[in-house]
Write a protein that binds this ligand. Structure first.
Ligand code: IPE
Ligand code: IPE
Ligand code: MG
Length: 242
């Protein structure tokens, strides 16, 4: 039987400038294989690095990855400790691999609840990549969109200035960056779980049943190809877009 050829990214594919990913499903991936959740997170971290490398190779400029939500901070202590240990053990090498190609690393979220040494590792990655422009990773750690919005409101109040949509956006962690064009969620759930609520206003949403460790480069290509087929009207009619 002749195999049908898998759709591929070509020079005509529209590549999103900014992709944001809710990397969900590590725990269920592990559970299905009778492995501890921590191994699911380890696998997820490896996939995250591979996914980001592939995305930058495709020409994506910004990758925002949801690593830990404010709500996730209520998970069992052992699970959180396992996640912090992953950062301690692998983060520098893994993120270094992506960033050495000229990618700036930025934490989005309030990481003050994290162990001090873990905060230090993340801040160091930011410092070491400060010189890079044009390509960026937003690492959403202890991130909650509501907290981000409230923080921005408080900055505006403290400055005593009325805001516009644009000036308000500049007070968010993602200020100065293009808005996410494509938001991907793995792991079967169809919700945003407090992720980029302001920035997502006109993002294309893509949900997949794949658990994050299964979200291969080919799966990312599929999401980008789907994005490329969509018509973004931004409120206009098709005729206006002509
Ligand atoms: C997402 O995977 C990663 C984090 C929230 C840290 P989960 O840990 O939520 O995996 P599931 O949803 O339990 O499968
Ligand atoms: C969202 O996943 C957060 C991250 C992937 C980091 P959750 O697993 O926390 O989402 P809910 O609780 O199912 O909405
Ligand atoms: Mg989950």
């Amino acid at each position: 039987m002749r195999k049908t050829k898998r759709a591929e990214i070509t020079k005509d594919t529209k590549i999103p400038r900014h992709i944001a990913v809710i990397m969900d499903g590590n725990g269920r991936w592990a559970k299905k294989r009778l492995l501890p959740r921590s191994l699911g997170h380890k696998e997820g971290m490896e996939r995250m690095v591979g996914m980001m490398e592939h995305a930058f190779d495709l020409g994506v400029e910004y990758m925002t990855v949801y690593a830990l939500s404010t709500e996730n901070l209520n998970r069992p202590k052992e699970e959180l400790e396992g996640l912090y240990n992953l950062v301690r053990k692998y983060f520098k090498v893994y993120i270094g691999r992506v960033c050495e190609k000229g990618v700036r690393f930025k934490v989005i979220g309030d990481i003050t609840p994290l162990p001090v040494d873990v905060q230090g590792i993340l801040r160091e990655a930011e410092k070491e990549t400060l010189q890079y422009q044009g390509k960026g990773i937003n690492f959403a750690m202890c991130y909650g969109s509501r907290a981000e919005i409230v923080r921005a409101v408080n900055i505006a109040v403290a400055e005593g200035k009325k805001v516009t949509e644009e000036s308000f956006a500049s007070l968010l962690y993602t200020g100065g960056q293009p808005e996410p064009d494509l938001i991907i969620r793995t792991g079967k759930e169809v919700r945003l779980s407090n992720f980029l609520l302001y920035q997502a206003a006109y993002a294309e949403l893509y949900f997949t049943d794949k658990m994050f460790p299964e979200f291969s480069d080919e799966e990312l290509d599929k999401a980008v190809l789907e994005f490329s087929k969509r018509t973004r009207r931004f409120g206009k009619t098709d005729e206006q877009l002509q």
